[in-house]
Structures are given as C-alpha cells and as structure tokens.
Design a protein around this ligand. Structure first.
Ligand code: FMN
Length: 382
C-alpha cells in the first residue's frame, strides 16, 4: 500500500495493531471534542499566498535548548511505544536521529532510557511525570544525567487521568489477564504480524523506566495500579522548586494553554513551555492548541521558548503553527502511527513527507527561513 500522508499511516496502523492498542493511541477524553478541534482548528488557519520571491534556498533548520535541529519539529513523548512495534522507542529514536531531530522520550516508555540511549549516537530529550516517591525521582534524574540528557519536559496537564471512553470499552483499561479477556486474546490472534513482532519478539513488554520501582512486575496490569498510587495530584510549583534543586538542565513545562499559566512559567524561570492539551486526552472541551497559541505567545512576549503540539498532521500545519508564533512543534500520533505501520522506516518516511510538505508550503507562501517568517503570514483561527 502506498502511503503518502498522515491518514495513510493511520489506516495502516489500524490494520496492523490489535484494536485495544489502536484505540489507546487514537482516542481522546469524553466525547473527543478537543481532539477534533485540535485538527479542525488548524484547517481554519488561513495562510497568505505570496508570489515572485526567490524561494530556491529554503532554510528549515532551527536551534532549541542548545541543540541544532534539521527541522523545526521533534517527536512528542508517547507512552508504551514498545507495544506498537518491537522495542518501538529504539526504532523511533534512530529515525529521529536520521532526520536530524530529537525525540522527547516518555517516562512511560517500554524501553528504559538506557536502552534507547544505546540505540542512538547522541542523547535526546526526556519527559517526566512527578512521582510521589522522591527516592525514585532522584534516581531517575541521576539516570538521565548519566545518559547525557540535558532537557526535561515536565508534563503538567495530567494532575489526574482524563476519562477516555475508548479505553473503557474494550480498550486498555480493566483486567490485562488474557485468561479473563477472551476478547483480548481474539484481538491479538487476529493480528498475527503484531503478535509475532511485538507480543513475542518485543519482550519484555514492561514500562522500562519505572520497572525498578515496581518489584511485583512492570507489565500493563501492575503499571496501571502503580500509576494510580504514584501519580501525584497535589503537585504545584513547590514541587518544581524541589525539581530545580536536583535538575540543573533545561526545564520545559508541557501542557500550558492558559496565558496566565504561561506568564507564571516565565516568572518561575522555566526555559520553555509546550502549548498542549495532551492531544485531546485530558480536559475535553478545552481550547485546541492552535487556538490557544496566539494568546500564550503574546503573554510570553519572547521571554522563553514556546513549542506546540496537538493536531499537527502535515508540513502545512507545521508552517501554520510557526506562523502563529511557535518556535517548534512536537509530533504525537503522527509518529506513533508511522511506527506502528512500518517501524523505523515508517517514522523516517513520515518525517521525509513532512519535510517535503513544509518546503512546498514555504515556497508557495514566499518564505525562505522557518526562523524568520513574515509576521502577517497567517490569519489565526477566529
Ligand atoms: C498514545 C499516546 C500516548 C501519550 N503518552 C504521553 C506520555 O507518556 N507523556 C506525555 O507527556 N504525553 C503523552 N501523550 C501526549 C503527546 O505527547 C502529545 O501531547 C499529543 O500526542 C499531541 O497531539 P497529537 O497526537 O494530535 O499530535 C501521549 C499521546 C498519545 C496519543
């Protein structure tokens, strides 16, 4: 099957993955209004067509947190990617490296960060959830330092888990025991390529980073109970002060959509923020990321790096977000589906497609450099 865009990767992933995993990736919270808005609102951002400018030498590279990037894009933290493809995070990091961009590795990756680090020639960025167990947190921060990680994305929009109906209906939630879940067993057996690649050859299917804190096993079943016990809804800036004492690298807050929260992040000395609603998986009914961006950017007024994720499906969307003030983009489901569909080669292909789309979008809007776009390039979502 010829894949030419995001939808092609999504279709291929849907065919290959057992349903409970596809629904986990694809779904959002409640009736998924924000999930849809994230995508639809991008389409409502109008770009100006500008002509007769020399666009023969396009500059797509940028520099963020001291790192040169070949594209203004990085891979967003996506949990349990090792369930999408064999040792999925190692395949993704290699594809990202090949394209000259970083991945933000999820705390909830299947492969522990050391395994991912061994798979790549250089270090990457890391996402963090604040866990109640401060001993674990200190160890985890030390492990990151040892792996040469210098930039941490602290996810702040998950004080508590969003309610995701798709996970509750035949999805990831509930018992993981195949004996108690004949529907799950059937689901797996009817996807033999996945069952072989991931179910058999992709073991151990654990949450590698937190496995040391889970002596009774780090499979999906124990993981859900562990998250319920260890995610801390009482987190505030006092915990970030604690984090700052133990982490000397860059600190970026992921999950800001409110301009007041953005201003506070500046005042508290954060190095950056990601305008994000967790891909529509947390507060349903909230603003889409792209609709939230202009106000946040104005509130921050150039005082810190502003990234965006949520609903980016093409290079055209990347240009729209940059034109409205993002310094860079994180790609979420785009790489999750590409990985599920075709592994490392799929993520590389997806990034190549995105690059070409960005180049075409820049050329047809008369832009030469992603870091110096015309200020009137995009009319925001109304
Ligand atoms: C399957 C899935 C798993 C995710 N896991 C994490 C995670 O472990 N940590 C995190 O900060 N965000 C996580 N996110 C949110 C993404 O980092 C990102 O904010 C979101 O996917 C962007 O929206 P998009 O998928 O429309 O690009 C996850 C999103 C998806 C779809």
């Amino acid at each position: 099957m010829k894949i030419v865009n995001y939808n092609g990767f999504r279709d291929a992933a849907q065919k290959r993955l057992p349903r409970f995993i596809f629904e986990y990736i694809d779904g959002g919270s409640y009736d998924e209004h924000t999930l849809r808005r994230n995508v639809d609102d991008f389409k409502a951002v109008t770009l100006r067509q500008k002509v007769l400018r020399d666009v023969s030498n396009l500059q797509l590279g940028t520099r963020l947190f001291g790192r040169d990037m070949a594209l203004p894009v990085a891979l967003a933290p996506i949990g349990i990617a090792g369930f999408y493809r064999r040792r999925g995070e190692t395949q993704a990091v290699r594809a990202a490296e090949g394209a000259g961009i970083p991945i933000v590795l999820s705390t909830m990756s299947c492969c522990p960060l050391e395994e991912v680090r061994a798979a790549s020639a250089r270090s990457f960025w890391m996402q963090l959830y604040i866990i109640r167990d401060r001993g674990f947190m200190k160890d985890f921060l030390l492990r990151m330092e040892k792996a040469g990680i210098d930039t941490l994305f602290l996810t702040v929009d998950l004080a508590i888990n969003g309610i995701r109906y798709r996970d509750r209906i035949g999805g990831l939630a509930g018992s993981q025991s195949l004996l108690k879940r004949p529907d799950r067993l059937l689901d797996i057996l009817s996807h033999p390529a996945w069952a072989w690649d991931v179910g058999l050859m992709g073991r151990p299917l654990t949450i590698g980073n937190v496995a040391p804190a889970m002596p009774n096993g780090a499979g999906l079943k124990q993981f859900q109970a562990w998250v319920a016990r260890n995610f801390d809804p009482s987190v505030t800036y006092k915990d970030i002060t604690w984090l700052r004492q133990h982490w000397k690298g860059n600190l970026v807050l992921k999950g800001i959509t409110d301009p007041c929260d953005a201003v506070r992040a500046v005042e508290e000395g954060m190095d950056g923020i990601v305008v994000s609603n967790h891909g529509g998986r947390q507060l349903d009914g909230s603003l889409s990321s792209i609709a939230a961006l202009p106000q946040v950017r104005d509130a921050v007024a150039g005082r810190m790096t502003v990234m965006l994720d949520g609903g980016v499906r093409s290079g055209l969307d990347v240009l729209r977000a940059l034109a409205l003030g993002a310094d860079s983009i994180l790609l979420g489901r785009a790489w999750a589906y590409a990985l599920a569909a075709r592994g490392e080669a799929g993520v590389s292909q997806m990034l190549a497609i995105l690059k070409e789309e960005l180049e075409v979008a820049m050329a047809l809007t008369g832009q030469n450099d992603v870091r110096a776009l015309d200020s009137d390039l995009a009319l925001p979502h109304p």
